[in-house]
Design a protein around this ligand. Structure first.
Ligand SMILES: [Fe+2]
Length: 276
């Protein structure tokens, strides 16, 4: 997970880079375990099948953390098998539930790439680590901010998409914003200081949001499993279906994006393990 080298992704023929973001898969070592009553392996399988069907021209996958629920080798082996089978490069970040050393050892496959910078079609994608050991909330360290500055500074002519696990902008649910990203203002200022950052995407909040501020798209993406109720003061699961986000990065810096949810996927939350 510490590889800061960049990966050159072959440009799409039409000059549009098509990405799929999936996040917060919360996979357990034990296939029988459930998250608030949900079989997270089953929902990830269903989301991967939907991606296979609905995004045939995808160039790469972005997996933005909380991929595992328990940081176990078995959870990463399952994840690697599922994501590798989609046949496109996978770039991944750890979330607060992940165990980065175990993830580095066991989240492996032909298409899983440890690079934290991706260059393609006039774009650079920068993966920022926002996790803190043994904490639910996150922070982008001074070293990560420098990494962002250096990456952007090296390719000032490229448009930039920034990925991280925790919310770069509060989501409006007090309980999850308290466990969100410390130093949001500083990160925001660093991002805005670079005129070529076009978008920021994250997970953690298990719900969709999209704001356009200062000519930048700020986006959160649903989990591949349990969703959180938007606007709730206290923890509450939502009955919305699992999903993912598609992103089409155009050569002129425009981003077309949409959230896609599973159809016919019923879920009533039960008692169980907390998801955040
Ligand atoms: Fe999560």
């Amino acid at each position: 997970m510490n590889d800061t080298t960049s990966f050159h992704l072959e440009a799409a023929r039409d000059g549009i880079l098509r990405l799929v973001q999936l996040t917060d898969c919360h996979i357990f070592a034990d296939a029988e375990s459930r998250l608030l009553g949900m079989d997270t392996r089953d929902s990830l399988r269903a989301v991967c099948a939907a991606i296979e069907r609905e995004q045939p021209a995808r160039d790469a996958l972005l997996a933005t953390g909380d991929l595992s629920q328990d940081g176990s080798p078995a959870s990463y082996e399952f994840l690697a098998q599922q994501l590798d089978a989609l046949g496109t490069p996978v770039f991944a970040l750890a979330g607060n539930h992940d165990d980065p050393p175990t993830m580095a050892r066991h989240f492996r496959g032909d298409r899983i790439n440890p690079a934290r910078r991706v260059l393609s079609s006039g774009w650079q994608i920068v993966m920022l680590d926002s996790t803190l050991p043994d904490e639910v909330h996150g922070e982008v360290s001074a070293a990560e901010l420098e990494f962002l500055d250096a990456a952007v500074g090296e390719h000032p002519e490229r448009h930039v998409l920034v990925c991280l696990h925790h919310q770069a902008i509060d989501t409006g649910s007090r309980w999850i914003d308290r466990k969100g990203l410390r130093g949001q203002a500083e990160l925001g200022a660093r991002i805005r200081a670079h005129a070529n950052v076009r978008g920021v995407v994250w997970g953690h909040v298990h719900q969709e949001a999209h704001h356009r501020l200062d000519d930048i798209e700020w986006m959160s993406t649903p989990s591949t499993c349990v969703q959180f109720k938007p606007g709730s003061e206290d923890f509450a699961a939502d009955t919305a279906a699992p999903g993912y986000r598609s992103l089409a990065l155009h050569a002129d810096g425009r981003i077309d994006t949409a959230v896609h949810r599973l159809k016919n996927f019923g879920f009533e939350s039960g008692n169980g393990v907390r998801a955040v």
